[in-house]
Design a protein. Sequence first.
Length: 69
Amino acid sequence: MSRLKLLGLNIKKFREQKNLSQNALAELVDLSREYIADVERGHKRISLKKLFAIVDALNVKCSDLIDFE
């Protein structure tokens, strides 16, 4: 599985643990729901700036999202 897909799955996992919808996360980070969905499916490359915004919104460490073990 690609690293983009694994990153997306981790974002989705933490988003769901926080009981956030894709819409809610998108609003918190000023992105579209479609963008969040594409990231979670591994279809979109994400900039560090956007990744850090998601990290802050989910209140997790960046390393949590890129832990592919």
